[in-house]
Write a protein that binds this ligand. Structure first.
Ligand SMILES: Cc1cc2nc3c(=O)[nH]c(=O)nc-3n(C[C@H](O)[C@H](O)[C@H](O)COP(=O)(O)OP(=O)(O)OC[C@H]3O[C@@H](n4cnc5c(N)ncnc54)[C@H](O)[C@@H]3O)c2cc1C
Length: 345
């Protein structure tokens, strides 16, 4: 039997690495180009919830993640100032730092014989190329409907939480807290400011800590900030998953980024890797052509995620609407929580 063709993945984030691992398990030769290096801190709530957890299990990684210190999350709370609404998560989530997770996936990919070129930015060809998959993450966009969106993340020690995930909402930000390995707590926020607003002058820990008098501020008052974990990202944008003429083979955020309040972006990265596995194996073994591979992956992505993006964008709009926040008891009822949870997964 002829050797399978090589698949080249551009981007060694979660989607690229999960796809690489899956393909290597099917004995397909894989090369990943990654612009950065491992381990690294990334802006992320580090809360994995949804079908993606299943893919990690299918790839045989659940045990390794547990050994690396991943924690399970069973409860979530929504917090508005001092109003606190706690719920049981309908399905268990996993919490692990990207510092540990990305390194673990990169090690696993190489252990399986994959070739990983780190510190190497791939100069993408204008035309999509046979056997090339783009897993390059979100496309930066300066303004989104008149808003600059940016994310901040830090790890903090000496913080006690009342739920495994706490989401604290305020006028122009929401900030999540969740417990990670080694007694760390992830503090990660999505912030927005108007085009003409001055750039924030406060230090990052101060911004993540919220206003005095809020529960968020209280939680973090005695926290020890891990300075090397502090990171930022800007140029974020959100919106519906609209079909474009781009049928190139892709996985993860490169299609579109889902609003982070769902805690589902990493899951989508893993799930989209799962979607791409079979068509890419078929291509590598010569049973389908590249155009059919691209078409099949793109179509499955839109069919699987379109509705999820729609609901997530609606929830993000509500999260930033003062009128909706005033009705938080209604939106935070058990029924509403479960409804939104399943609609965004
Ligand atoms: C504020 C915030 C909070 C979030 N919180 C959560 C959360 O709690 N839970 C959750 O599930 N999701 C969360 N997310 C989303 C989650 O981080 C992303 O959905 C996920 O990282 C997407 O994975 P990816 O592999 O598609 O992209 P990325 O992880 O961005 O990986 C893309 C990789 O491609 C590399 N790359 C790009 N271009 C090139 C090139 N030309 N050559 C080589 N390499 C290249 C980059 O270096 C990068 O490593 C959050 C996001 C933000 C902004």
């Amino acid at each position: 039997m002829a050797e399978p063709r090589q698949i080249t993945i551009i981007g060694g984030g979660l989607a690229g690495l999960a796809l690489g691992i899956g393909l290597r398990q099917r004995e397909i030769p894989v090369l990943i180009w990654e612009a950065g290096t491992y381990p690294r801190h990334r802006v992320c709530g580090e809360f994995i919830s949804g079908q993606g957890v299943k893919l990690l299990e299918e790839l045989g990684l659940r045990e390794k993640l547990a050994r690396a210190g991943a924690r399970t999350a069973e409860s979530a709370a929504m917090v508005f100032g001092r109003r606190f609404y706690q719920h049981r998560l309908p399905t268990t989530a996993l919490c692990i730092s990207r510092y540990t997770l990305d390194q673990l996936l990169a090690d696993e990919f190489q252990r399986l014989g994959g070739i990983l070129k780190t510190g190497s930015r791939f100069a993408a060809p204008v035309q999509p190329t046979e056997g090339h998959v783009r897993a390059t993450g979100r496309s930066p966009q300066t303004l989104d409907n008149g808003w600059h969106w940016f994310g901040l993340k830090a790890h903090v020690r000496n913080v006690k939480l009342a739920a495994d995930l706490e989401m604290h909402y305020s006028d122009n930000a929401y900030i999540g807290l969740c417990a990670l390995e080694r007694d760390l707590v992830n503090v990660c926020g999505l912030f927005r400011r108007r085009r003409n607003d001055p750039k924030p002058s406060r230090e990052i820990p101060e911004m993540l800590q919220g206003k005095p008098g809020t529960l968020l501020h209280e939680r973090l008052r005695h926290g020890d900030w891990v300075s090397e974990s502090i990171c930022t990202v800007a140029g974020l944008s959100f919106g519906p998953l609209a079909k474009s003429t781009d049928t190139a083979c892709r996985a993860g955020d490169v299609f579109r980024m889902i609003p982070p309040l769902t805690g589902n972006g990493m899951s989508i990265a893993f799930e989209s890797a799962g979607i791409a596995l079979q068509p890419l194996e078929n291509f590598a073994r010569g049973s389908i052509c590249w155009q059919d591979t691209e078409r099949s992956i793109t179509q499955s992505y839109f069919d699987t995620f379109r509705s999820r993006f729609w609901w997530a964008n609606l929830l993000q709009k509500l999260a930033f609407s003062p009128a909706a926040r005033a009705c938080s008891p209604l939106f935070c009822s058990e029924t509403a929580f479960r409804f939104c949870f399943f609609k965004t997964r």
